[in-house]
Structure formats: C-alpha cells, structure tokens
Design a protein around this ligand. Structure first.
Ligand code: IMP
Length: 190
C-alpha cells in the first residue's frame, strides 16, 4: 500500500463538482446545454455533475479508442458515436482527465465540424505537466501531479473505476486488483 496514496477524498470531489456545477449553471442560464461524456471514464463524474446542475440539460455519450503511440498518437477511433446531431447545440464535453491532450483535441475538432453553437471542455483532472497539445479547459476540477491515478471513473485495465475517491499509484504494476483495501483506505480517510 505504500506505493499508493489517496489524492482526492469523496468529500473533496463532491465539493468541487458542486462548484463546477454552479459555474455551468451561471454560464448557461436560460439555455439548455448538451453534456457529452466520453465513455467510460466520465461516468461517475457526469452522474454527480448533472445532478448538481439546475438547468434543463441533456446528455449524450461518445466512446473512443486510441489507436496508438508514436506518429499515430492522438489518432482516435469512434467506437460509439453520439445518438443525436449537435448542430446548433451548446455542447460541454465532459472528460475524466486531460493528460497529453491528444484525445480531447481530436474530439474537439471532430465535434466542432458538426456545427455546435458552442463547445467547451469540462475535465475533472488536469495532468498538465504531461501536455503535448494545449487544451482550452473551460471547467477544471483539480490540477494533479504526474502520477497515474485510479478511481472515480479512472481505470487500470478496466478496474478501479468504482472507487469513490481518487488514488495515485507510483507504479501501476503495484495494483493487484484488491479493490476492497483501496475502498477501505478511502472510506477511512473520510
Ligand atoms: P490524453 O489523450 O493523453 O489526454 O489521454 C486522456 C485519456 O488517457 C483519459 O481519458 C484516460 O482514459 C487516460 N489516462 C490518462 N492519464 C490517466 C491516469 O492517470 N489514470 C487513468 N487513465 C488515464
């Protein structure tokens, strides 16, 4: 467990999610934004965020997979596209974490080509030291250091998304699939 440290408690996340919701409420007052979540990492964040926003909003989801590294880094394949057209809509793209920025940059270009009235990014976490391409993050939850993190939607090999807090792991290899002890550590920390 020494390799693993609690970065964000559930209470801290909830507090910040509430603040982001207030900002979105204020900025989109009188409008009906469409929040687009990137599957699967944005699911817990999206679920909490939308329940704090008192606006007539709608939801959609897009699922992508990254093709690769090196020269092909940032090339993204759409596995599940949006259900509806976003032409003329006020779109907020909701992401769990911006790391190199390549994924969101690709998605922003793709979505912008569909003619939304506006398009902004809402990201829970910003690992800005790793940035390769500048990303305009309109709504940002937390800046985090260059550490691999899991929990609250973020995964390692598909696991740990269901943790209520976010933990940093120095070495992802030290994760052994024991979700119970991580969940206990998060609960114990309040
Ligand atoms: P980017 O294209 O490098 O910005 O990658 C963003 C994606 O990489 C996120 O949506 C995550 O799926 C994944 N990712 C980046 N850093 C982490 C991390 O620390 N933990 C889990 N997933 C991460």
């Amino acid at each position: 467990m020494s390799e693993i440290g609690l970065l964000l408690t559930p209470a801290r996340i909830a507090g910040r999610v509430g603040e982001l919701a207030r900002e979105i409420e204020r900025d989109y007052a009188g409008r009906s934004p469409l929040l687009v979540g990137i599957l699967k990492g944005s699911v817990p964040f999206m679920a909490d965020l939308v329940r704090e926003i008192r606006l007539p909003l709608r939801l959609d989801f897009i699922s992508i997979s990254s093709y690769g590294s090196g020269a092909r880094a940032g090339v993204v394949r759409i596995l599940k596209d949006l259900d509806e057209s976003i032409a003329g809509e006020d779109v907020v793209l909701v992401e769990d974490i911006i790391d190199t920025g390549l994924t969101v940059t690709y998605l922003l270009a793709n979505l912008r080509a569909r003619g939304p009235a506006s398009l902004e990014v809402c990201a829970l976490l910003d690992k800005s030291v790793r940035r390769i391409i500048e990303v305009p993050i309109r709504y940002k939850g937390f800046d985090i250091p260059d550490e691999f993190v899991v929990g609250y939607g973020l995964d390692h090999d598909g696991l740990y998304r269901n943790l209520r807090g976010i933990v940093g792991v120095r070495d992802a290899g030290s994760l052994d699939g024991d979700i119970g002890s991580l969940a206990d550590a998060i609960t114990g920390a309040g």
